[in-house]
Ligand binder design. Structure first.
Ligand SMILES: NC(=O)c1ccc[n+]([C@@H]2O[C@H](COP(=O)([O-])OP(=O)(O)OC[C@H]3O[C@@H](n4cnc5c(N)ncnc54)[C@H](OP(=O)(O)O)[C@@H]3O)[C@@H](O)[C@H]2O)c1
Length: 293
């Protein structure tokens, strides 16, 4: 395992284990298998409906809480000062913990990003996104200052969202979790974050399986004698981005974890970094959802 260090000195193990499933069918057994494989960093969200089974799997494992890194996120309908504090309490209860390692704002603008979601808190129908983010962030700053969360950050924020949030912030975001994989590297956002000491995390690091037949991935998989998924995870790490691969399958969990015994050359990093856009989720923080792929 590798670690990334945040501005405040907190370290995050990499790779992290992603727990989102479109069908909400992650199981306690899958989390237990991830713990057995060696993952110590779990990425969840209230949206994923699996905080409770992560909490139970951790309890059953007997692994001390201090050896784990737990991230969850404030969903759109929970944005605002009081709702964020309540969301934090509910997440901690489900995860069976009294503190979080990292708390993120899930999306900046409630109307955009994933589709088919209830978007706004009922009593904030006309509140501008900047105000919702600011009030959410104030609650997160309070939790941080009280020691209830070890780090705070955002997800799916582009530089202009970060600029608006930072203008009113006492504590600057420490993490931005964004879609990142060959074919969709959001280089402008990655560079902006790096220049300000914000650690970037990669969601969808293998682009689900949309890159499985991409000729460059097939070529590199054969050349390095690794799977296309391993090439993608290694690509994130060597780009300075913390990958969050997800799998329900124990063999693939292990494959995604075993990425420290090879290195992509600078030449191949360049080829992967400059692929034309492909395998995009279709989710953009300022636009209605586009088709995937
Ligand atoms: N912040 C956000 O807005 C946001 C959005 C999306 C995701 N995320 C986070 O990022 C995590 C990862 O994203 P993701 O789940 O969308 O995408 P992903 O990790 O790129 O892909 C997961 C998919 O790839 C398959 N897979 C896993 N390992 C494989 C391997 N070695 N070979 C072939 N196929 C493999 C999995 O199937 P099997 O399970 O069958 O192995 C699953 O269908 C999520 O779980 C979540 O924690 C965050």
């Amino acid at each position: 395992m590798k670690t990334f260090t945040l501005r405040n000195g907190v370290s995050i193990p990499a790779p992290g284990f992603g727990t989102y499933s479109r069908n909400y069918d992650f199981t306690e057994e899958a989390i237990a298998n991830a713990l057995k494989t060696g993952y110590r960093h779990f990425d969840t969200a209230t949206l994923y409906r699996d905080e409770d089974l992560i909490g139970s799997a951790i309890q059953r494992s007997g692994i001390p809480r201090s050896e784990l890194f737990l991230t969850t996120k404030v969903w759109k309908t929970d944005m605002g000062y009081d709702r964020t504090l309540r969301s934090f309490e509910a997440s901690c209860k489900k995860l069976q913990t009294d503190y979080l390692d990292l708390l993120l704002i899930h999306w900046p603008v409630p109307e955009y990003g994933p589709v088919n979601d209830p978007c706004r808190p009922e009593d904030a129908q006309d509140t501008p996104w900047e105000v919702l983010c600011r009030d959410t962030w104030r609650a997160m700053e309070k939790l941080y200052e009280e020691g209830a969360v070890r780090a705070i950050g955002v997800s799916n924020f582009l530089p202009h969202h970060l600029m608006r949030l930072s203008a009113d912030a006492g504590v600057l975001p420490m993490v931005d979790q964004i879609e990142f994989h060959p074919g969709y590297t959001q280089q402008y956002t990655v560079d902006y974050c790096r220049a300000r000491g914000i650690v970037v995390e990669a969601w969808r690091p293998m682009a689900k399986q949309f890159l499985a037949n991409e000729p460059l991935l097939l070529e590199l998989a054969a050349q390095y004698e690794r799977s296309a998924a391993q090439i993608c995870i290694r690509f994130a790490l060597q780009s300075g981005v913390l990958p969050l691969p997800s799998s329900k399958n124990p063999a693939r969990m292990a494959e995604n974890f075993n990425i420290f015994d090879f290195e992509l050359s600078e030449y191949d990093m360049s080829r992967l970094s400059t692929l034309p856009q492909m395998a995009w989720s279709g989710q953009h923080p300022d636009r209605k959802r586009a088709p995937e792929g």
